[in-house]
Structure formats: structure tokens, C-alpha cells
Write a protein that binds this ligand. Structure first.
Ligand SMILES: Cc1cc2nc3c(=O)[nH]c(=O)nc-3n(C[C@H](O)[C@H](O)[C@H](O)COP(=O)(O)OP(=O)(O)OC[C@H]3O[C@@H](n4cnc5c(N)ncnc54)[C@H](O)[C@@H]3O)c2cc1C
Length: 409
């Protein structure tokens, strides 16, 4: 079995099609905040800012949520691999308490937004597990569960999992969730557009003026606003953004395959072990699909086909997935020190902000970004916004460690 080179057009989440809904910007308009990029980050930020009474305009160069957001696995969780044990050592208990609190707040905010707005995005509460098949790692997993529980997170160490292969142990986070991020974004966009706020597709931002007021230009129009939020996965404009953010974060391309399964597995799973992957069962009408994701690498450095092939073999071996119906690849950025980067675009920016470095956990981090940016735009600099500030030195200082870990595999 060989697979073609993937892109998000092969994503399971896009199986019902992906057409532009909103007109391009063809005018000069004025709002309070212009958000560039309509992935989950841009749309969540725009929605939260509209809730504060601001008029917002979202500019998307292609179609809503057609970037990494539609290439996701779909887990919404405050559990980000084995994050807490390591990060507590690096940033201290107090800082990680802020991290845990804001992620728990974000999870609650997403759930109550879906509930109050009756958003049909297949939200389903699930336990999340980070598991290992390696007996030598048990202590590390116990330490992680303890570190997370100490921060008030719903964490425990478990050995009895439903997985079809032998597992040595896992950190469980109870009551996390999965959803269809593409649908969620479409529904957010509907609620943003109107009452003096706008969503524009096919409207690439090509010029930025960071003054008072700011201005973003597209080919056929412009938006004047008090603030600009650049939510383009990685800040791509002005050009200096792309170059300078290379000092703080790096990209990774990863893959997902999906096909029908007869497995009745519940929950969401991921493993840091070699040759084990992210596992997500999804109920789809009468059918059950299994999504298997992983095999990440630096973009442009590896061939995709053997990586998709390995995921397909894993899906067949453990979950009886006979036909891979969907396969795709997507890219996300991780800050070298493993915290998201949210705040002023540059230290000298007057009214330009960004949110990036989501470490492949952008579905929950998009709401964290919205909470932090709402505070900053209100003129409130908080301990949490300080923790996630964009140009912190701990990010470039962690480059040597990142390089060593990359070579260790
Ligand atoms: C394989 C994989 C699996 C993942 N699984 C999960 C998961 O299970 N749970 C989780 O929480 N996270 C997951 N993630 C991470 C998550 O999907 C991302 O962090 C998140 O989607 C990033 O959203 P975003 O809005 O920042 O970026 P994007 O979705 O890429 O949106 C950015 C948008 O900006 C637009 N844009 C760019 N430049 C311009 C411009 N000049 N003008 C106008 N628009 C522009 C793009 O067209 C794009 O639509 C996964 C990531 C990958 C790669």
C-alpha cells in the first residue's frame, strides 16, 4: 500500500467539503481589532474580543480553518504529553500553577461557549491518557501524575487501560474532550460576522502599519483598527517576524491516518514512546473511525509516504483498520522552552500582538491565547501574560537542549 503526499485536503475533518463562505475584503473599513488568520486561534480570539463589546474584523487569506486547524487530531485537553513534571523543574511551582489554572479555565470556557451557543461540533467528554509500554519509564509517569495532581489537575497514574497491547502505565486526565475543530470554527465565524464585526475569506494581509490607529492592507481593501492580532500559526508578516520567531520556536510536520474500525475503545491516547502514537476513536453516525497520528519531523527533512505507511500498519495491526480512507499532514510550532508565545508581536510593538508556539495543543491553547490577549488589550498585564510573553530569553536558551533531544530521536 502506498500513499500520495498528504495535505489537509485529505483530512477526515474536511470530508464534507471546504468552500469559502465569506466575501473577500473589497473596501476600507474601521473596527476596534483586526485579527489576521482564521484558524482556531484567530477565530477564538476574535469571538472573545467581540464578547467584550469590541468590533472585530478577521482576515483569512484562504478559507476558514483550512490550515493546521483542520489537520488536527481533535483532542481538547490540558494534558500536553509529559509536560508538568519537566516544566515545574524549569519554571517552578508557582509559574506552573498559573499554567494549570489558565488551561483549566480555557477548557471550561470552551465547554460553556459550546453549551451556551448550542454549537454542534461533536463535543464529547473523554478521559485522556499519556501511556508507555516501557517498564523503565514507569517512575517518570508516576512523577508526572503527582506533579499534575499537585497543581489541582484531574491527574492520576493508571495501569488498567483498554488498549489492545500491553501498557506499563499511563497518566490519566479525567474529563477532557474531543471535537470537530473545523465545525467549531465555522460556527464561531458565524457568531463573529455581523453587528459591526466581519469575517473575510480570500483576503491575504499584505501590509501592516503599527501606529495609533493601526492599519492592515489586503489586495483590495484595508482595515483600520486600534489593535492588530497576528494569528497566522507563525507570524509571517512583516517579514522580520518570520525570521525573528525562528529564535523562539521551531516547526514540525506530523501525519494522521483515519479509517473505519470495529474497536470499541473509548478515551484519547498518546505516547512519547518510539513506535507508539496518538490514538483517537471517533463515533461517526453508525460507523466508528480510528485516527492514528504521529511520526513528526522537521518540515522538508523526511519523506511522508513511509511515515503514513507506518501509521496505517499500526492502525491495521491494533485496531483492525482495513482501509485508510483519509490521510494528511499538518504543521505546528513549538517554542524551544515548551510554553506558548502570546503577547506583543515584538518588544517594541505599539499595538500589534500575536499567539503562536502551541506545541500541537492549539485547540485548548487558542482559548488560553484569547484570555491572555483580552487582558492585555484591556491594559492588564497579569502574571500569566508575563509567563507566556513572546520574547522571553528562556526560549532561545533552550535551543541546545532541543537540538540534543532531536538527535536522540
Ligand atoms: C498532526 C497534528 C495534530 C494535532 N492534534 C492536536 C490535538 O489533538 N489537540 C490540540 O489541541 N492541538 C492539536 N494540534 C495543534 C493544533 O491543530 C494547532 O495548534 C492549531 O490548529 C493552530 O491553530 P492556528 O489558528 O494558530 O493556526 P492555523 O489553523 O494554521 O490558522 C492560521 C491561519 O492564518 C492564515 N494566514 C496565514 N497568513 C495569512 C495572511 N498573511 N493573511 C491572512 N491569513 C493568513 C492561514 O491561511 C490559516 O488559515 C495538532 C497539530 C498537528 C500538526
Amino acid at each position: 500500500m502506498k500513499y500520495p503526499f498528504p495535505d489537509n485536503s485529505g483530512s477526515y475533518w474536511l470530508k464534507d467539503g471546504m468552500d469559502p463562505i465569506y466575501a473577500p475584503l473589497n473596501d476600507d473599513i474601521e473596527v476596534d481589532v483586526v485579527v489576521v488568520g482564521a484558524g482556531i486561534a484567530g477565530l477564538t480570539i476574535a469571538h472573545v474580543l467581540k464578547q467584550t463589546g469590541r468590533r472585530v474584523a478577521v482576515l483569512e487569506r484562504r478559507t476558514i480553518a483550512g490550515g493546521t486547524t483542520s489537520g488536527t487530531t481533535g483532542k481538547v485537553t490540558a494534558q500536553h504529553g509529559l509536560a508538568y513534571g519537566e516544566l515545574v523543574k524549569q519554571f517552578g511551582q508557582e509559574s506552573m500553577q498559573l499554567y494549570a489554572d489558565v488551561y483549566m479555565q480555557a477548557m471550561q470556557d470552551i465547554e460553556s461557549l459550546i453549551e451556551t451557543e448550542s454549537i454542534d461540533c461533536k463535543w464529547s467528554q473523554q478521559d485522556n491518557y499519556v501511556y508507555t509500554t516501557d517498564a523503565d519509564r514507569i517512575q517518570q509517569f508516576k512523577d508526572e501524575a503527582e506533579a499534575a495532581a499537585k497543581l489541582g489537575l484531574p491527574a492520576s497514574f493508571e495501569t488498567d487501560l483498554q488498549l489492545p497491547f500491553e501498557v506499563q502505565g499511563a497518566v490519566k486526565f479525567a474529563d477532557q474532550a474531543r471535537f470537530n475543530s473545523y465545525r467549531y470554527c465555522q460556527e464561531l465565524a458565524k457568531r463573529i460576522d455581523g453587528d459591526g464585526s466581519y469575517v473575510f475569506e480570500q483576503s491575504k494581509a499584505i501590509g501592516f502599519k503599527d501606529s495609533s490607529p493601526t492599519k492592515v492592507t489586503t489586495e483590495h481593501g484595508s482595515v483600520t483598527a486600534k489593535h492588530i492580532v497576528v494569528a497566522t500559526l507563525v507570524p509571517t508578516l512583516p517579514l522580520i517576524g518570520r525570521v525573528s520567531y525562528g529564535l523562539f520556536e521551531s516547526p514540525q510536520t506530523s501525519y494522521i491516518v483515519a479509517g473505519k474500525t470495529d474497536s470499541t475503545l473509548q478515551g484519547m491516547y498518546i505516547s512519547p514512546d518510539k513506535n507508539h502514537y496518538s490514538i483517537l476513536p471517533v463515533q461517526d453516525g453508525d460507523a466508528r473511525y480510528m485516527l492514528i497520528g504521529g511520526n513528526g519531523h522537521l518540515p522538508g527533512t523526511k519523506r511522508s509516504q513511509p511515515r503514513l505507511q507506518k501509521l496505517a500498519e499500526y492502525a491495521a495491526q491494533w485496531f483492525n483498520v482495513k482501509d485508510v480512507e483519509y490521510q494528511w499532514g499538518a504543521m505546528d510550532y513549538t517554542a524551544y522552552d515548551k510554553l506558548p508565545l502570546i503577547g506583543k508581536l515584538y518588544p517594541w510593538s505599539k499595538n500589534m500582538y500575536t499567539a503562536t508556539g502551541f506545541k500541537k495543543w492549539g485547540l485548548s491553547t487558542s482559548m488560553v491565547a484569547a484570555i491572555v490577549l483580552r487582558d492585555l488589550l484591556d491594559g492588564k498585564s497579569t502574571p500569566t501574560s508575563h509567563l507566556f510573553r513572546t520574547h522571553r530569553v528562556s526560549a532561545p536558551l533552550a535551543i541546545p537542549k532541543t537540538i540534543i533531544n532531536t538527535f536522540k530521536g
